[in-house]
Design a protein around this ligand. Structure first.
Ligand SMILES: Cc1ncc(C[n+]2csc(CCOP(=O)(O)OP(=O)(O)O)c2C)c(N)n1
Ligand SMILES: [Mg+2]
Length: 524
């Protein structure tokens, strides 16, 4: 058997049965082998960042790795930002990067580059298969490494000759031993219980799998019994919400607001979250958001299995209790002006049962959390890695992973443009993705950031040259025409009523749709 066949069979046998791909010449043997392995679903993306973002969305929804197929160092480089996001989300991904054949490497041909170094920046496991015989075992190791625990990115570099040569065989994926991770430590749980019940202000900060339903219920039991302030990390990779689940507010992205949420805490208990830090450093401000003197108890590391630890803690401090019911009820459908806030109310009013929301609404997402908390049960994906351009690709991956669930992709205009070609994949695969693009014709969040640094360094931060780097209105972007040009039916909404109509129409019909929501920027 050729190396490429062994690779595909090993992936499929290991539960990796989708491949988001953008191939080149060095991957042609992999491409040719696909017809012989019908259990593998190849999905073409027109930019590598779409492939990697789709693998992130797929992995977050299934807990299993998707594979991505990328062309040499440049292809991997194009996919890097969304691999970074997947790494920060703790998503398992198997990245297969083709390389020149071993004999061709000596020529330093035009596409040659240091793939291993690029892969190393995001991968927890990198290996280069030396021969076809190595491909099966190397692929099995890659899948095991991606699964973890902790889950992460495994990159297999595949020289073309290892792919085309004979002498390969599939290998079995052997799960890695958990190596003590997830074992409950009675002393730590006891320390956490003391922090929560000692009468001093305490924050319970949850993340990783503790943001899923069981974790949220356990956390709400603890908060109800002890009076602790319950918060989720700023950008959880996946939360389960609605349908009566307790609503868990998130730590603010804005450092000053996050400080206020944590203010006065004498203890913080971490379950699947790290001690909070600001996204960016600013002159003369500490990036550490922990209140002075606050003591930290970590019952489960980030990326670890935190939900089990949280449930054990709930049984310790709130034995025999049930989680208090979460909020119920949707917002009333607003009419009139379309703004980020009124769009959030429309989404809250119309979000379908079982939806997967991929949230990259950025500044236009004001009030989204509250507007949807009392609605039907849904999943919510955010951007733990902060590299924008993940939304439309992740929506593709989530829709491939969960074909029976509607996916609502909420994308800010600036973020949307990075990986806009994901729309073509939505259309090509007939995915049930409704994309909202918030067209505020701005990098609005960066206007706020500029004002902050500008005041200190340049006076008022309103220089026209600087400002032009944050405006998207010259020329204006027409997302209806962009979407239609890629085969996705689209409508523009200028009022809240039009927005509701467009979302209803999109939901009434299978397949992808786009709604361009014309909203004012929150920072002018
Ligand atoms: C890969 C990457 N490049 C650049 C940035 C810096 N950045 C942060 S927000 C932003 C623009 C956001 O604009 P938009 O998505 O339209 O959201 P808005 O602020 O308008 O709501 C940029 C360029 C980033 N976070 N990630
Ligand atoms: Mg914008």
């Amino acid at each position: 058997m050729r190396g490429a066949h062994a690779l595909l069979h090993t992936l499929v046998d290991g539960g990796v049965d989708v491949c988001f791909a953008n191939p080149g010449t060095s991957e042609m043997h992999f491409v040719a082998a696909l017809d012989g392995v019908p259990a593998m679903r190849p999905v073409l993306t027109l930019f590598e960042g779409v492939a990697t973002g789709a693998a992130d969305g797929w992995g977050r929804m299934t807990g299993r790795p998707a594979s991505v197929l990328l062309h040499l160092g440049p292809g991997l480089g194009n996919g890097l930002a969304n691999l970074h996001n997947a790494r920060r989300a703790g998503t398992p991904v198997v990245t297969v990067v083709g390389d020149h054949s071993t004999a061709h490497k000596v020529h330093d041909a035009p596409l040659d580059s240091d793939i291993d170094s690029v892969a190393g920046t995001v991968s927890r496991w990198v290996r280069r298969s030396a021969t076809a015989a190595d491909v099966g075992p190397d692929t099995a190791s890659a899948v095991a490494a991606a699964l973890g625990p902790p889950a992460g990115i495994a990159t297999l570099i595949l020289p073309a000759d290892a792919s085309w040569d004979d002498g390969a065989a599939p290998a079995r994926v052997e799960p890695t031993a958990a190596a003590g991770r997830g074992a409950l430590d009675a002393d730590t749980l006891e320390a956490a219980a003391k922090a929560l019940t000692g009468g001093e202000p305490c924050v319970l900060l949850i993340g990783s799998d503790a943001a899923l339903a069981d974790g949220a219920r356990a956390a709400a039991r603890i908060a109800a019994a002890t009076g602790a302030t319950l918060l989720a990390e700023t950008f959880p990779s996946r939360s389960e919400r609605g349908g009566g689940l307790p609503a868990v507010p998130r730590l603010s992205y804005v450092a000053a607001a996050a400080r206020r949420q944590l203010d006065g805490a004498a203890h913080i208990v971490l379950a699947g979250a790290r001690s909070p830090v600001a996204f960016f450093g600013y002159p003369r401000q500490s990036g550490d958001l922990l209140p002075e003197g606050c003591d930290v108890v970590t019952i489960a590391e980030k990326y670890g299995p935190a939900s089990t630890a949280l449930q054990a803690l709930a049984d310790l401090v709130a034995p025999g209790t049930r989680a208090p019911a979460g909020p119920a009820g949707r917002p009333a459908l607003p009419t009139g002006e379309l703004t980020g806030a009124s769009a959030s109310a429309v989404i809250g009013a119309l979000l379908p049962d079982g939806a997967i929301v991929v949230d990259e609404a950025n500044t236009s997402g004001v009030g989204l959390g509250q507007a949807t908390a009392g609605g039907p049960r849904h999943d919510w994906l955010t951007l733990p890695g902060g590299a924008i351009g993940y939304g439309m690709p992740a929506a593709a991956g989530a829709a491939v992973a969960c074909p029976d669930r509607p996916v609502w992709c909420l994308a800010a205009d600036g973020a949307a443009m990075y990986t806009i070609s994901a729309l073509w994949t939505h259309a090509r695969e007939g995915l049930d993705v409704t994309t909202v693009v918030y067209n505020n014709a701005a990098y609005a969040v960066l206007r706020a950031e500029l004002a902050q640094v500008g005041a200190e360094f340049t006076g008022d931060g309103s220089g026209a040259v600087a400002r032009r780097l944050l405006d998207l209105d010259d020329p204006t972007l027409d997302f209806v025409r962009i979407a239609e040009g890629m085969g996705v039916p689209a409508r523009r909404a200028e009022t809240a009523d039009q927005f509701a109509d467009a979302l209803r129409a999109a939901a009434a019909e299978p397949g992808p749709h786009l709604v361009e929501a014309m909203v004012p920027p929150v920072v002018r």
